[in-house]
Structure formats: C-alpha cells, structure tokens
Design a binder for this molecule. Structure first.
Ligand code: FAD
Ligand code: DLZ
Ligand code: SF4
Length: 510
C-alpha cells in the first residue's frame, strides 16, 4: 500500500506517530511552507524564519535517511498557498492508497483534517500525537466529574505516572512543590550566564531573505536571530541550559531585569513545540542533574513542573474545552488593544521593556508574559480575542494549544476560573519587587494616586471594583475584597475616575 504522510511545521520529530510503519520503498512525505499558515495571524518574522528553516533542515534529514519528501518552499512560483491545496494536489498527483496524519496543535487544523477525512478520497488516518506524557483522553479521564481543574493535582498524577522525582509513592524531598522558594528577586551583582544562541546558517539566511521580502511588514526584527533550527542545536541548547542556567532557574524564575531578556530561563519552548526535542528528554536531563548534584531540587522540581505539569495540563484543557473555550469572556472585557503592544512606545517602563524584548527576540519569559503584558491586559479589561491574537503572533513558541489556555485562562481569567483559582492581578508593588523596571520609570510604584502614581496601582483596585459581583465570592479574593470594603467611598470614586481617565487616554492599535 502506498501512503502519503503530511507533516506539519510543528511535527518535526523523527518519532512522530505519522511516520510509524513508514515504508521508504512505497510511501512519501509531504511538507509545505504555505502563506495561509504564515498569515492566519501575522506571525513574528523570527517565528516564520524558525519554522521554515527548521522544516527545511528536517526535510533534509529525512531525505538523507532515504525517505521521499515532496517539499514546497514558500518562494516556489506555483506554491499551493495552503495546506489544503498542497494536500489535494499531492493526492491527485500520487493517488496514494491512504493519507496518514498526526493530530495537530490547533482546533482549526483539526477541523481541516476532519474535512479531509470526508472529502479527500483515500482513507485518512489521524493518529494521536504521542510526543506528550498524557494522551488527550488521559486528561479527559482525569478531568471527568471535576467542576474546576487544578494543575497541582494533575501534576501529582503525572509524577506518579512517570516516576519523575519520586521515591516509591512519595515525592523526593518530601514535598510535591517547592514554589515558595522560587520567588526571589535578582540580588545586586548576581552574574547571569551568557546564553547559547545559534547564528543563522546558509539555510536560515536564505529563509531570512525570503521572509523579509514576503512578510517584511510583520511584527518584530530578524536582527540577532538565534533560535535552534535542528535537533542537534536543540540538544546543545538543552546541555547549555542544564549546565549554565538550571541551578538558578528556581530561585530567580519570577525575576525580571532591564536589558536581561532571558535571565535563567531555558529558551527551549520554541524547539520543544516544533518537535526538535521531546519533553521527556528535558525532564530526564533535569532529573539527572539533580541526582548528580549539579542542580538543587527547588530548581529541578520547578523546571519539571513547568513541562510535566503546566505544559501537559494546558494541552489537556485546550482539547477538552475547545471550541467553546475560546468564546468565553467571563469578565466582559471589551477594550481594544493599545497601540503600544505593537510599538513598545509607552511611559510605563515595564510594558515598554517587555514589548521591546518581544520584538527583539520573539520571546519574553513567563513572568513578563503573565505579570506585565498579561496583568495589564487583565486590569485594563482588554478584549480577550485581541490579546490572544497578539500572544499567538508575537512568540516563537506560540501555537494555540498552549497559547490559548495560558492567555485566556491564566492571564485574562476569561474562562471564569476553569484553569486558575483566581485572577493573576497585581499592583505596581509586585512589579517593583520582582524587577528593576520601576527605576527610571516616570511613574512611582509607591504612589497610589495623582500624576506620579503607577497606573497599575489604581487599575488594580478599579479591576476589583469593576468585577466585584463576579469575583467577591471567590475565597482566594477574600483578602483584597475585605480591604476594598473598608475603603472610603470618596477614595473608590477617585480610583475609578483616575482609571477611566487613564484608559480613555490609551490609543487603540490601528
Ligand atoms: P522556561 O521558563 O524555562 O520553562 C521551561 C519549559 O516549561 C518551557 O520551555 C515550556 O515548555 C514549559 N512551560 C513553562 N510554563 C508553561 C506554561 N504556563 N504552559 C506551558 N508550558 C510551560 N508557552 C508556550 O510554549 N507557548 C505559548 O504560546 C505560550 N503563551 C503564553 C502566554 C501567556 C499569557 C503566558 C502567561 C504564558 C505562555 N506560555 C507559553 C508559557 C511560558 O511563558 C512559556 O512556555 C515560556 O516562557 C517559554 O520559555 P522557556 O522555554 O524559556 O521556558
Ligand atoms: C506556524 C507555522 C507556520 C508559520 N508555517 C507553516 C507552514 O508553512 N506549513 C506548515 O505545515 N506548518 C506551519 N506552521 C505550523 C502550523 O501552523 C501548525 O502545524 C498548526 O498551527 C497546528 O499546530
Ligand atoms: Fe511599571 Fe508602574 Fe513600575 Fe512604571 S512604576 S515600571 S508603570 S510598575
């Protein structure tokens, strides 16, 4: 039987389920760089370069192994333009007896695949994506009968299932979670490691020229491109992270510093989400570092929890709740995205720093995403759809299965608390404690009202006032609501007036 295997741009793993049982003598692989995937959101230029270059390298590896790969480059004159057109053309040309796919990372692509199953002609087999610790059905089974889902309980199940950081039935070190140790600000004089970046090779340079010519108006800069585009580079990046950054990953996981775009973070999500490296490889490497005394437990557990816990949890939630998940707007937030999310031009130093770093690298670390751009979007009541499009577009690691729950659920609380037990809302004091952004900002995090006041301060209380009927009953919000209840009516009115004036003064993005 001759089979046609379509591999998507984020399915660049030799162990991908669609390649199981591949017969090099009869089967062929189709890979296509297409404008529809590059523009359904106008991805950051670095993301386009990374995806296309990684696809080209991966096709080269498969061919070197003797597999037949039909490959469309974005600049090919008769490029089909969409995955749908590429697949239909290939089916017409090669008349395969079956089409083999691995389930995708986005609902819209799954719908496309289901349509192929009905209309393409040859039988279409959609295989599970086995590159995760949990299958989609495993999560659904875990979630059954629960009103809300909490990552911590799912994570413990995953620890038991995999045996990672376990001693029999017990977590090593006596605790499941060492997060309380992982909230330190960077001390003065702390040395940050130089980070391993990969200068563009010939393939990447060719792609950069095409992307600049075809998609030059997209967000971000290509200068300084350094993402891994091959498995070898991804493995090298992992080794570097384990040796040079992991030991401090836990302590300074939430810390932010001006001009330091990466702190002690792994920078591995872009390669991981492409499939160049697998989550098990990351977790085992980290566990080994702890066993060999090369990294402390709070760092290793914290790192493993992000991958074995959060990454698997958000994926499970996405597939369980889609397509309805994307449509909820529990806090009735409707304000348009301000233009500074694109330009980085704002007097709010923290936002300027994070947006500018995002444009520079197609990257910001978790706390920057959650507690700066995400926190502002939450407090300002920005419309979830607009914010989600921004996150999906600007980050090199963004695919809807992971971006949407993080943005919609974690940052915006737009799912009403399905993913998180309370909104991640914070005033300027949090940003001041965890960063040095406030130094040199025209606002003062210690001032609560008036022209010098940090806008996060009055926006925080305004958020609580605006959402009082929705949030006051949440036990985890009891403390701030008790403080709000003691606030004089005149002070409440002042907060609302200052917030309205500030928010009305924002220029919406064009
Ligand atoms: P590290 O901080 O070093 O963490 C190690 C690994 O853990 C990451 O590589 C990643 O695979 C995993 N991880 C950590 N946190 C999460 C999380 N919350 N959800 C899933 N995986 C996690 N991550 C994405 O991969 N793609 C996205 O589109 C994405 N969008 C986000 C949007 C918002 C609003 C927020 C708050 C977070 C988002 N995240 C997303 C999660 C997290 O910010 C990134 O995974 C992380 O910043 C990637 O950088 P790193 O590899 O240096 O991660
Ligand atoms: C992200 C992306 C981009 C920019 N381009 C392509 C492409 O040209 N061809 C392709 O097969 N995949 C691409 N991808 C990845 C897909 O968008 C991704 O597979 C889906 O979003 C599902 O996760
Ligand atoms: Fe951000 Fe407020 Fe600090 Fe300025 S003072 S950097 S706006 S938190």
């Amino acid at each position: 039987m001759s089979r046609l295997v379509l591999l998507l741009g984020d399915q660049l793993s030799r162990s991908i389920s669609a390649l199981e049982g591949f017969d090099p003598a009869r089967d062929r692989i189709l890979m296509a760089e297409v404008a529809s995937e590059a523009t359904y959101v106008r991805h950051h230029k670095q993301k386009l370069v990374m995806v296309f270059s990684a696809m080209r390298h991966f096709a080269g590896t498969l061919r070197a192994e003797g597999l037949t790969v039909e490959y469309w480059r974005i600049e090919d004159p008769d490029n089909p333009g969409s995955l749908d057109a590429a697949l239909r053309r290939a089916v017409e040309r090669h008349r395969p007896e079956a089409v083999i796919l691995t389930e995708p990372g986005e609902w819209r692509v799954l719908e496309m695949m289901r349509d192929w199953a009905e209309t393409l002609g040859p039988p279409v087999e959609i295989r599970p994506d086995t590159r995760f610790f949990a299958r989609i059905e495993d999560f659904a089974r875990w979630a059954e009968g629960r009103k809300t889902y909490r990552m911590e309980f799912f994570y413990r199940e995953m620890r038991r299932k995999t045996g990672l950081l376990m001693e029999g039935d017990h977590p090593v070190g006596g605790h499941w979670n060492f997060d309380a140790e992982n909230r330190k600000a960077l001390p003065a004089g702390h040395r940050l490691p130089a980070r391993l970046r990969f200068p563009p090779d010939g393939v990447t340079r060719d792609v950069m020229a095409v992307v600049e010519a075809r998609f030059g108006g997209h967000f971000g800069s290509l200068d300084g491109f350094g993402w891994p585009v091959t498995r070898e580079q991804a493995l090298e990046a992992l080794d570097h992270f384990i040796a040079d950054a992991l030991p401090w990953f836990g302590d300074y996981q939430d810390a932010m510093k001006r001009g330091e775009d990466f702190v002690h973070h792994a920078l591995l999500a872009p390669a991981l989400n492409l499939g160049l490296i697998l989550p098990g490889e990351l977790c085992l490497a980290a566990e080994r570092a702890w066993l060999e005394g090369r990294a402390p437990l709070n760092a290793v557990e914290g790192f493993i929890r992000q991958i074995l816990g959060w990454r698997e949890y958000v994926r499970g939630l996405y597939w369980l709740e889609m397509p309805g998940y994307a449509e909820t707007n529990a806090l009735a937030a409707h304000r348009p995205l301000p233009d500074f999310y694109w330009t980085g031009e704002t007097d709010l130093r923290c936002l300027a720093e994070v947006v500018q770093a995002t444009a520079r690298n197609a990257y910001a670390h978790h706390i920057q995403r959650l507690m700066v751009t995400g926190n502002f979007a939450l407090l300002a009541g920005l419309a979830p759809k607009a914010v989600e499009e921004w996150y999906l577009l600007v980050y090199a690691d963004a695919y809807e299965w992971v971006e949407l729950p993080n943005t919609h659920g974690m940052a915006l609380f737009a799912d009403g608390g399905l993913l998180a037990s309370k909104p991640y809302a914070a005033s300027g004091a949090y940003i001041d404690r965890m960063s040095d952004y406030c130094t040199g900002c025209r606002y003062d995090p210690a001032v609560k009202s008036g022209p010098e006041a940090c806008p996060f301060n009055y926006l925080y209380w305004n958020f609580l006032i605006t959402n009082e009927t929705r949030l006051a009953g949440n036990p985890r919000m009891a403390m701030p609501y008790r403080t709000l209840a003691k606030m004089a009516p005149a002070r409440r009115a002042e907060i609302v007036a200052e917030s309205v004036a500030f928010l009305d003064g924002l220029s919406p993005a064009q």
